[in-house]
Design a protein. Sequence first.
Length: 252
Amino acid sequence: MTSNPRYITVQRIGDIRRISKSTFPVTCALIVDGYAEDAAKSIQKIKEFAPAGTGIAVIAAGDFDVQPLAQEMDERTVLIHIIGGVGWGEAANTLLKFSPSPIMILMDPSTIFTGDAITPVMQKFEEDSWSVIGWHGGLINVEDEWRSVSDVGPGEVDVLFSYFMAMKVEDAIGATGFNIRAAYYRNADIEFSLRVRQGYGRLLQMDLPLEQGRHHGYYDTDPEYRDAQSKKTYDRILDRFRGKNEILVPRR
């Protein structure tokens, strides 16, 4: 492990002992497995629009050039480079486990702030009604035998997507976090959301000042790998949750 407190390099995820010595009211957490320059632009926009007390934690997974990310490190920004790589679910759980904040926002590097998306979310958390608040999500389509999600707009939802997913760390860990078998991001957020719902947590979808750039995790991943891993996760969802309509919110 390197000694720089804001740029840590490890061979494997089990070598991590902390993310940051500092604490923040809220931390934006990103999992980056390439395309570091685009991820750095996302970080720059967080700094431009988020409140000054917002922390930023980045896990870079895999042996690639992280210098564009390292250049963004400062007193509220930390980078952990796991050279050996790590699955998405395990990386997300590590960010939760070592979160320097009671609220963590897991967001994809393709998500770009166009305004302050933090303050309205934190105001909603003050109501103490919500475990997870996000930008996009929806209702499980029960008429489709749970095989799809319908976006019905802002309001209480069954699932939220990891483009921008703010969560109470205590509630997320209480719901056992993300499935470490999810090597790939897609559908892992749905699986996590339903774990939260099964534990009586509530999820809120909001309109927020965000936009999405190129989603490298989807468009620039080998299609065979992408589809196989996505199917594995969704098959787990169907095996565990399908038919348990009592954990879903009222249809709207």
